[in-house]
Design a protein. Structure first.
Lengths: 249, 329, 248
């Protein structure tokens, strides 16, 4: 697999009101990597994510998923390849039961019958939520819904998992469960997050985006220990958190 | 307001079911054209909003509370087809899952609570917006009036259905007076609530209001939206009262016509009641007043006022019990 | 909402069978003539039988029949407002037609509500929706209903939270004209619901949605299940037919 799982080349995009959201963004994620995307609020992270599965189209530049260029024709296949997990699980769990939510994705791509059942079981097991299959989403805890939301895209067997703030609003135990799940998934991941210890723990490489521009790209520990960089882009480590010490322990 | 099984006979149940099915099918089709495939998720959320709104108790007077139907509000906000579809789904789910409303009466209930309110609400709103000078105040007045009249229209639809196929052989005029009177009161509450809701939406996301989509209100002063409830309520009330005064005599002579038709068609079980044996206007004439139409109007008004007391008692019981039984899921 | 968990034969019947059975039963009751007291009584017995089979406690069912109360009120007023021949009952002059009307409405409404409660108490909402799909209700409608039920909690929850927050700031409306803030919060809740509808659509598209809602989890009912499920309703049909013809 020589080509990257995900490649964003010179992407630019402006909002309808004229504001430039993204400027010449370059980004790549190789097969098997876990990459963190950091940056302050309003930097354009979510807008960038919406380009990755073709919901938004760039004014210039292109997005390639495992070699496939995102276009009108390829949009459907791109959506199978890019497992986008949005921030609010309630937006993604819209079917009456968990099982139906997980089945929704693959069903749209023609998977049916026994194979569909197997996919659902496989995806739910991967996030340790198999026993919730017949339950209604609103009866699950927030952390459980987050995990099921991941299962809904895993069921499509995507090329890359893209997550928007997966640990936000989780209590410590749920957060730990989620991290364990993500660490256990043998799939390429691009993770947008404010949770810097989480980024350090899971992702070897990180990019920083601010005001629509990629301002830094390096190993996570290098980024987190660059005090000037962090301060300039409104990033701050938790109290007394030393990235170098974390890694060596 | 939800008609149970047994209220209407088989033929009326079937007839309304056919009309409702046809109307619903048409609404779905038109909703599809309007918003393409976004409609499913959006309509579902609008339906959830309307359902939740119907569960809301809003205080009316010292302890009693009322409920909003939301039919007119729904169509003013998201357009007739999406609105009617959403409210129809609410009614269907209420009947099937909450046992609120008879299965055999589903057609009539959808007709009254979704279609009549939706079409009358939308029609009157658009008509008023065309006629009165465009401003945010006129949006609120139109919303108030449309919502008020939609509720009354819904009750009139019920009376017509009852006249055609209802059981009990009550004097249609009495039923009409009671229903219309009570629903006028309910409609005032609905009108006020709907208008303020539209105002709130207009204050931050006016582009979401389908009813004014094609009207250029961009430059207009939005302060009425933030001002008190009474200004536009008064204007709307005047319009509504005028409508009532005009419609009342028409309506009070009509039930006799309906009754006659109904009995002729043998829809009402009546072993002894022959329409020709007594003058239809005997029910209405106020003795001593020569001019028939004034007498009718007076009688109608007196009838409304008297049955108000009974009606208010019914409504009071209704809302108190509803409040107790309508527990959120 | 009304569902009460259980594993009785009634619970295990396919939902489409129960829905059709409900419809047939209700229609049978609707056409029964008012004089056939015995038919209503027997139909009631049939329902009680099903209730016992479904292990539904009487109190459970009775509490949920409160929705019927407004109809009771209306029905009880009929004898006072009915026309035509009258009769004396404990000193009150009541209309005969009105009395008949009150009886008819009460009997049919009660049986209808009870039957409806039995079905919703023994069928989960997702199953009810699948049952509707199987009897060819347009998928658009069941999908919309599914979303409505799914998000009702969230929307209703937001309403309550706002009310609580407003109450915490001293807002306790008691009169019609004090409803401004409540209606305003309804307005902002509409906006939030609308926006969520858009986001849900986005999430659907992100998982390959192109306009057709898939159906899953449903299975066809066997002939045996149909016969068993419809047995009570067919008995009601027999009662209706008898009451209309032979045993008039």
């Amino acid at each position: 697999m020589s080509e990257p799982s995900l490649e964003v080349v010179d992407l630019s995009f402006a909002y309808p009101d004229g504001r430039q959201a993204l400027r010449n963004v370059d980004l790549h994620v190789h097969h098997g990597e876990r990459v963190a995307l950091l940056g302050p609020n309003g930097a354009g992270k979510t807008t960038l994510l919406l380009h990755l599965n073709g919901i938004l189209r760039p004014a210039s530049g292109e997005v390639r998923v495992a070699g496939l260029v995102v276009s009108d024709d390829s949009a459907l296949e791109v959506r199978r390849r890019v497992g986008l997990v949005f921030q609010d699980p309630d937006d993604q769990l819209f079917m009456p039961t968990v099982g139906e939510d997980v089945a929704f994705g693959p069903a749209n791509f023609g998977v049916e019958g026994e194979e569909l059942e197997a996919r659902v079981a496989e995806a739910l097991s991967a996030v340790s939520m198999l026993e919730a299959r017949e339950r209604a989403p609103h009866h699950l805890s927030y952390g459980e819904r987050r995990r099921v939301a991941i299962a809904t895209v895993l069921a499509m067997r995507p090329e890359i998992l893209v997550l928007d703030e997966p640990t936000s609003n989780l209590d410590p135990a749920s957060r730990r469960e989620l991290i364990d799940v993500l660490r256990g998934l043998p799939i390429t991941q691009l993770i947008v997050t404010h949770d810097l210890p989480f980024a350090l723990e899971l992702c070897a490489r990180a990019l920083v985006i601010d005001d629509g521009v990629i301002v830094a790209e390096d190993t996570t520990v290098e980024i987190l220990t660059d005090e000037l960089l962090m301060k300039t882009h409104r990033l701050e480590l938790p109290y007394r958190f030393d990235p170098r010490q974390q890694l060596s322990s | 307001m939800h008609i149970p099984d047994g209220f209407l006979n088989g033929a009326t149940s079937a007839g309304t079911a056919v009309i409702a099915a046809g109307g619903l099918g048409y609404s779905i089709k038109r909703a599809g054209a309007y918003l393409q495939d976004r409609r499913i998720a959006l309509t579902g959320l609008v339906a959830a909003f309307i359902f939740a709104l119907q569960m809301l108790n809003f205080p009316v007077a010292a302890g009693t509370s009322g409920h909003v139907l939301g039919g007119a509000l729904a169509v003013i906000l998201v357009g007739p087809w999406l609105g009617i579809t959403a409210v129809s789904v609410v009614v269907i789910v209420q009947a099937l899952i909450l046992a609120d409303g008879g299965i055999s009466a589903l057609g009539a209930n959808i007709l009254n609570m979704a279609m009549v309110t939706g079409l009358v609400g939308w029609g009157l709103f658009r008509l008023m917006m065309k006629v009165i000078p465009k401003s945010w105040t006129s949006v609120l007045v139109s919303t108030f009036t449309a919502a008020l009249v939609s509720v009354v229209a819904s009750s009139i639809a019920f009376v017509i259905e009852y006249a055609i196929g209802g059981r009990g052989n009550v004097d249609i005029a009495t039923v009409f007076a009671a229903m219309a009177g009570v629903h006028f009161l309910i409609g005032v509450g609905e009108g006020l609530f709907s208008a303020v809701t539209v105002a709130a939406v207009g204050a931050s996301r006016p582009e979401l209001i389908a009813g004014i989509e094609d009207l250029d209100l961009a430059g207009k002063d939005r302060s009425p939206v933030r001002s008190g409830v009474w200004g536009f309520a008064a204007a709307g009330l005047v319009v509504a009262v005028l409508l009532v005064l005009v419609a009342a005599p028409l309506a009070s002579s009509e039930p006799d016509g309906l009754e006659r038709v109904a009995i002729d068609q043998r829809f009402i079980d009546s072993a002894e009641d022959h329409p020709l044996s007594e003058s239809p206007l005997a029910d209405y004439g106020v003795s001593g007043i020569e001019d028939e139409s004034t007498g009718t109007r007076m009688a109608g008004l007196v009838g409304v006022l008297i049955t108000f007391g009974v009606g208010a008692a019914i409504v009071g019981t209704f809302v108190v019990i509803r409040r107790k039984s309508a527990t959120p899921v | 909402m009304l569902y009460r968990h259980g594993t009785t034969p009634v619970h295990r019947l396919p939902p489409q069978v129960k829905i059709v059975a409900l419809l047939v039963f209700v229609l049978s009751v609707v056409v029964m003539p008012r004089e056939a007291f015995w038919a209503y009584a027997l139909a009631g017995c049939l329902l009680v039988g099903v209730m016992i089979l479904a292990e539904l406690p009487a109190g459970f069912v009775a509490r949920r029949m409160i929705v019927e109360v407004p109809i009771l009120v209306f029905a009880l007023l009929l004898p006072f407002f009915g026309q035509g021949e009258t009769t004396e009952v404990i000193g009150l002059t009541l209309s005969v037609e009105g009395l008949w009307g009150a009886w008819t409405i009460l009997a049919k409404a009660t049986l209808g509500v009870a039957a409806s409660i039995i079905v919703s108490a023994t069928t989960t909402i997702p199953d009810l929706l699948r049952g509707l799909d199987r009897i060819r209700v347009p998928r658009v409608l069941t999908a919309i209903a599914g979303f409505m039920v799914r998000y009702l909690d969230i929307v209703a929850g937001e309403f309550s939270r706002r009310r609580v927050a407003m109450a915490a700031r001293g807002y306790e409306p008691r009169w019609l004209w004090q409803n401004g803030p409540l209606a305003q919060s309804a307005g902002s809740l509409f906006i939030r619901s609308f926006e969520r509808g858009e986001r849900v659509h986005q999430a659907m598209v992100a998982r390959g949605f192109t306009g057709r809602m898939p159906v899953f989890g449903d299975r066809p009912a066997t002939t045996r299940e149909w016969w068993i499920g419809l047995s009570v309703s067919l008995a009601a049909v027999v009662l209706a037919v008898l009451s209309l013809t032979v045993l008039r």
